[in-house]
Write a protein that binds this ligand. Structure first.
Ligand SMILES: Nc1ncnc2c1ncn2[C@@H]1O[C@H](COP(=O)(O)OP(=O)(O)O)[C@@H](O)[C@H]1O
Ligand SMILES: [Mg+2]
Length: 441
């Protein structure tokens, strides 16, 4: 069943804007004002897929609601609205990866909408996927956090977005070559997507200008009542990377409805280990939907003032979009201009890789329709990109590194919620709950 309703427990003056945004996204928002109302709603509406809870108002009511959302077999994810100070203190100044469970006030209704969409899309694709699994694996997933792959089943593909609002900083170069390194040298299955419908040039660089685009295929699907998945549309490059481009022209892209694109990308996580996405430099709905899904957002910066400024602007926008904790800097052409450590200081988030300037090497590789990994396998700059790819792998496999902060944050908050939940349950005779903790991790 599509989980298309969202329960909302928010102050009255915040409800209309949130309602309007969610309605535009096709979700029915249902306001509740007490735990009893939420309980009644959950009983009659199994399509409630998410709840937005106020973490600043009546905390007892919020805790009771949290318990109801996880009562018995039920596991409805929630998005908690907290104050910026609380979030800052808990998330260690924005470094935590909190998997979409917290939003800070003040928030914009639009950014909340994309968070809700991303959480529901992830939860829905997870549910569809678990239907094919046995009871044990399904139970393992339901025990864990919805939206995060359980170790009991195969790991889902990581979504890595490459973005900087400025052009010419190396986004496409880094996207192509990171994809090629992961595929060719680390034996990973990679889907490389050009989501830049205006200036995208992945397919021309790789000599694949004639491959079917998502717009071509989805437009043809309209007449046939079919919908091709992204793996079905993608074409293989000589490097082994599966390559996909959204469109060949910036016109007539209506079929690229942001929610549909986000759903398709999320579903493709089952078929690949990595989905690398090159984006057009804008903050429109298509990009916001993709940002919300991303596991990592790499921000290439060349050591010049205008590029650094653009990255600072993106950091500010990322705070509003609640994706700040996913940003990672990649200092490109790092051996020229401002020093890499100064770039890091000014931009305000850490670099995970430095890529040296390589003269015309990437241009020559593109002229031969290959990645630099294939054309110049021994080049030192390819080694730099290999180090970037390894860093991405270690961030995925060892969240204790960069993401250690998430555990410091999530565990104590979860433990607290668990404790408070059992107290609330003890107090409230109307609540039945199994003796298991709310979340086992
Ligand atoms: N580290 C580098 N060394 C040399 N040339 C580079 C490097 N990174 C990017 N380039 C070149 O800079 C130009 C712009 O890069 P591109 O990846 O197209 O940027 P964007 O996608 O951000 O617009 C391209 O000609 C590319 O070959
Ligand atoms: Mg580009």
């Amino acid at each position: 069943m599509p989980r298309s309703a969202v329960a909302i427990y928010l102050p009255g003056d915040e409800i209309p804007a949130v309602n309007a945004e969610l309605a535009e996204a096709g979700y029915e928002a249902i306001a509740v004002s007490s735990p009893d109302e939420l309980e009644a709603l959950l009983e009659c509406r199994p399509d409630v897929g998410l709840a937005i809870l106020d973490g600043e108002g009546d905390f007892d009511a919020t805790i009771e609601m949290y318990a109801l959302l996880h009562e018995g077999e039920r596991n409805v994810p929630s998005l908690m609205i907290v104050s910026a100070t609380a979030s800052d203190r808990l998330s260690l100044a924005g470094r935590a990866r909190v998997n979409g469970e917290f939003v800070t006030r003040p928030y914009s209704a639009a950014s909340l909408r994309w968070r809700v969409e991303a959480m529901l899309i992830r939860a829905e694709t997870m549910l569809i996927r678990t239907e094919a699994l046995g009871d044990d694996a399904r139970a393992a997933i339901l025990e864990g956090e919805v939206g995060v792959a359980s170790p009991a089943v195969a790991q889902r593909g990581q979504i890595v977005v490459i973005f900087n609002p400025k052009g010419g900083v190396g986004k496409t170069t880094i996207a192509i070559n990171t994809a090629a390194v992961l595929q060719m040298r680390r034996n990973q299955r990679v889907l490389l997507i050009d989501c830049d419908t205006v200036t995208g040039h992945i397919v021309t660089s790789l000599g694949m200008a004639e491959i079917p685009t998502v717009v071509d295929v989805w437009n043809a699907d309209l007449g046939r009542h079919a919908s091709h998945s992204l793996p079905e549309i993608a074409s293989a490059h000589s490097s082994g990377v599966a390559v996909l481009t959204m469109s060949r022209s910036p016109l007539h892209t209506e079929v690229l409805e942001p929610k549909r694109v986000a759903q398709a990308i999320s579903a493709a996580r089952d078929a690949y280990d990595w989905i690398i996405i090159d984006m057009h430099p804008d903050y429109g709905p298509l990009n916001q939907g993709i940002f919300a899904l991303a596991d990592q957002i790499l921000v290439p910066v060349t050591p010049e003032v205008p590029t650094i400024r653009a990255a600072v602007q993106f950091r500010e926008v990322a705070v509003d979009l609640e994706i700040r904790d996913r940003l990672a800097l990649v200092v490109n052409r790092s051996n020229s201009g401002v020093s890499a450590s100064d770039v890091e200081k000014v931009v305000g988030f850490g670099a995970i890789a430095r890529i040296r300037s390589a003269g015309m090497l990437f241009v020559h590789a593109a002229n031969s329709h290959r990645s630099a990994v294939e054309a110049f396998p021994k080049a030192r700059v390819v080694g730099d990109i290999e180090a970037l790819a390894d860093r991405l792998i270690s961030m995925r496999d060892d969240p204790g590194g960069t993401q250690r902060s998430m555990l410091w944050f999530v565990r104590p908050v979860r433990d607290l919620l668990d404790r408070l939940t059992s107290q609330a349950v003890g107090r409230s005779l109307s609540l039945r709950r199994s003796s298991e903790p709310v979340h086992t991790r």
